[in-house]
Design a protein around this ligand. Structure first.
Ligand code: TYD
Ligand code: ZN
Length: 447
């Protein structure tokens, strides 16, 4: 090839990459909930690869794609969200996130099943539809209770597992078309459930059109999302990554649901994922009276400053401070010859490590229970993931607790590591070190 041709080919390649990139990522001008465009710029995390994009060490791309990550708040409906959208196919069609089989999560799923049965008045034979049903762990609990169940999830690999385990599931993005299809094929749902998936949805109105299509007149919509109050107050900035388009409050959800003839009738704060909220909504026409807690939570959000700008700007300042603190602490330990590893390889860990600028030089590996992640590299930082057994055979001096949402359970489980002189670095709300002595001290304080 002539030089000029080669240059041409290179330029075409570059154009192609730009075009691919443009297809993959789009700037969001209008608020996903209210359509407004009066934005408060909160914080930018630069460009990062997708947090769940684990890499095969044998096939690490030379140019790992990275996408901008900027956070804004709509001054009209107060939705906090990321300002770009990433092609959902790329995010969710093949998913390595498997519903955790931790004790905390198992107990929580049981609680959700009981709550839904009670609040939706479910009888045997009633239809339960779950969006983002993953491998069907939650739906199995309804099936045990005699309900008919259908899961809808875009991850083909996970839907296959669910179907193999006898949980009828459809590989699709839930939306207007899918809601209508489920209604036609299975009938109307007494309960539509969406656990920890609403924040991931780009077109929330399309999903609620789907809910409208399938929800029985007296049916209940139950969604569980990380709660904005916890995110802001506990500096959970590492839960901000491309998969999470939106960060919800009751204030904003009320407005969103109202556009679909729905209203919030009950809500409950729960501990999972660092503090989430379970929101129950029904058709306005069903005549259910909202419980007092709904107004109380709206008042709480106002009191915490979430309906004006200051809370978000203070959050951004704290985020910068904590990021620097965690980065400096780990770099300092590494410089003093201490071995540091990550505990868990959650998406939020990928985010945190990248935001802090930490890589394999400081973090030797991440230990994680998810078999799908073993032997892979974390996106961006390329830190290797090991199984807990492998990690236990040669434990580090310090574990950076990336899966901080399971802190209690993990610290209890890793008593041996602590007793042998190991320490945890808990990164948020403020970086702190946990040793066997400090666990004992806080236990003594609590009794
Ligand atoms: P999770 O917080 O559910 O995920 P994300 O940030 O991706 O939403 O992920 C927790 C991760 O931590 C998951 O990959 C499993 C792992 N983990 C362990 O390795 N050990 C444990 O004891 C627990 C509870 C989780
Ligand atoms: Zn808005």
């Amino acid at each position: 090839m002539q030089d000029a041709d080669m240059q041409d080919a290179d330029m075409q390649d570059a154009d192609m990459q730009d075009a691919d990139m443009q297809d993959m990522v789009r700037w969001v001008e209008n608020c996903r909930v209210c359509g407004g465009n009066d934005w408060l710029d909160v914080i930018s995390f630069g460009s990062t690869p997708l947090a769940n994009g684990f890499l095969d060490p044998a096939a690490v791309p030379e140019d790992e794609p990275a996408y901008p990550l900027e956070v804004g708040v709509c001054r009209d409906c107060r939705l906090m969200s990321i300002r770009h959208t990433i092609d959902p196919e790329a995010l969710f069609s093949h998913y390595v996130y498997v519903s955790s089989d931790s004790d905390l999560m198992a107990g929580h799923m049981r609680h959700i099943a009981d709550l839904c049965v009670r609040r939706a008045g479910l009888d045997a034979g009633d239809l339960v539809v779950e969006m983002g049903s993953n491998i069907g762990t939650q739906l199995a609990l309804f099936q045990e209770g005699g309900q008919r169940v259908v899961g809808v999830d875009p991850a083909k690999n996970l839907v296959q597992v669910a179907n193999d385990q006898g949980i009828p599931s459809i590989a699709a993005f839930f939306g207007a078309a899918e809601g209508a299809r489920v209604a036609r094929d299975f009938g109307q749902a007494k309960l539509v459930l969406g656990r920890q998936c609403f924040a991931h949805i780009e077109n929330v109105h399309n999903v609620l059109d789907g809910v409208e299509a399938v929800l029985a007149p007296d049916g209940l919509l139950v969604i569980e999302v990380p709660y904005l109050v916890n995110l802001i107050e506990e500096n959970q900035f590492d839960t901000i990554y491309h998969e999470h388009a939106s960060y919800f409050s009751i204030t904003t959800l009320s407005r969103l649901f109202a556009a679909h003839g729905l209203h919030i009738v009950d809500a409950e704060r729960v501990a999972v994922h660092g503090g989430s909220i379970v929101v129950m909504a029904s058709r306005v026409t069903a005549g259910r009276r909202p419980m007092p807690v709904v107004a109380e939570l709206v008042a709480l959000e106002q009191e915490r400053g979430l309906t004006d700008d200051s809370a978000y700007l203070e959050f951004a300042a704290r985020t910068r401070r904590v990021l620097a603190g965690v980065g400096d602490l780990v770099r300092d330990l590494a410089a003093r010859g201490k071995r540091v590893a990550g505990y868990g390889a959650p998406s939020k860990g990928t985010a945190l490590l990248q935001f802090c600028g930490l890589g394999p030089r400081e973090i030797e590996f991440c230990s994680d229970t998810t078999p799908l992640k073993h032997g892979k590299l974390l996106p961006g930082t390329h830190i290797p993931v090991r199984s807990p057994e492998q990690a236990r055979s040669n434990p580090p001096d310090y574990y950076l607790l990336l899966a901080w949402n399971y802190a209690e359970e993990i610290i209890r489980k890793e008593r041996r590591f602590l007793e042998d002189g190991g320490r945890f670095i808990v990164p948020i709300p403020e970086p702190r070190i946990v040793s066997a002595e400090s666990v004992l001290e806080s236990f003594l304080e609590s009794v």
